[in-house]
Design a protein around this ligand. Structure first.
Ligand SMILES: Nc1ncnc2c1ncn2[C@@H]1O[C@H](COP(=O)(O)OP(=O)(O)OP(=O)(O)O)[C@@H](O)[C@H]1O
Length: 246
């Protein structure tokens, strides 16, 4: 269990977030949703240890009850843009996840190559990112993140750049991957349909300063989440989001 307590992020005199506390459970997907500018990315960046130096943060992080400091190898982070390096081929980009964990380059590449097919990237090993579709780029970025074998994974709007159809298929794809390689995931999204399709738990943030105003658990198994089964939760979530959007 990863726990954040009392996270306040300040930008000069102003507060970006105030007293944000929550847990991310092992093998569960927790969504952080809220209006633009409420501080969702700042929470993720703080957890990843990459908050901009112009922002000051106070708060406590613990994993399994023991204090932790960031960056922590048990936490992997996928930023908002897929951040694939355009001058590296797909296999090298994916291998970067292991290289930053200290694996030798050739060894890292050997380790990721057999995984490409299960990430829908068969045949793209030697392709440059510019030659891939948006969905493929996201899968390559996700492979790079997931091979780090971290217990917790932070995803910042992983599907926001995709068209509606690709987005739906990527959501299904992520749901299937979660069943195969469970992780404690904290995912930022703007999209309440996405949140209710994927999350075990949804934390709703309000803006100015960003704080958590609702905590919604979804018990329906992902495979049984028909439109009808989700209607009540979506309506509740929509009302909360509209209330919190300035
Ligand atoms: N480096 C920075 N210096 C000063 N202020 C910043 C910095 N980064 C973010 N902010 C401010 O902090 C607030 C929260 O930004 P953040 O990106 O965390 O919000 P968000 O909820 O992720 O937004 P969005 O949904 O639009 O991506 C915004 O008002 C933003 O202008």
């Amino acid at each position: 269990m990863l726990r954040v307590e009392g996270l306040t992020v300040r930008a000069g005199e102003g507060r970006v977030t105030q007293d944000v506390s929550f847990e991310v459970a092992e093998d569960r997907l927790t969504c952080l949703i809220g209006p633009s500018g409420c501080g969702k990315t700042s929470v993720l960046k703080w957890l990843a240890g990459v908050l901009a130096p112009s922002l000051a943060a106070t708060g406590r992080l613990s994993i399994d009850g023991a204090p932790a400091t960031t960056p922590d190898r048990r936490i992997a982070y996928q930023p908002q843009q897929d951040a694939l390096l355009p001058w590296l081929i797909v296999a090298e980009n994916a291998a970067l996840g292991l290289s930053i964990r200290g694996r030798r380059r050739a060894e890292a590449r050997e380790a990721v190559t057999p995984l490409l097919a299960s990430f829908g990237l068969a045949g793209t090993e030697d392709a440059f990112p510019a030659a891939l579709s948006g969905g493929m780029r996201q899968r390559a970025a996700f492979l790079r993140t997931i091979v780090q074998d971290s217990r917790f994974v932070l995803l910042d709007e992983p599907f926001s750049a995709l068209d509606a159809v690709t987005r739906l298929s990527m959501q299904d794809w992520l749901a299937a991957r979660l069943d195969e390689v469970p992780r404690g995931i904290l995912m930022v999204t703007h999209d309440l349909h996405e949140a209710t399709r994927l999350a075990d738990r949804i934390l709703v943030m309000a803006a100015r300063p960003g704080r958590i105003v609702a905590d919604i658990t979804i018990d329906t198994p992902r495979g049984d989440r028909t439109e009808a089964a989700l209607a009540g939760t979506r309506s509740h979530l929509k009302t909360r989001l509209l209330e919190e959007t300035p």
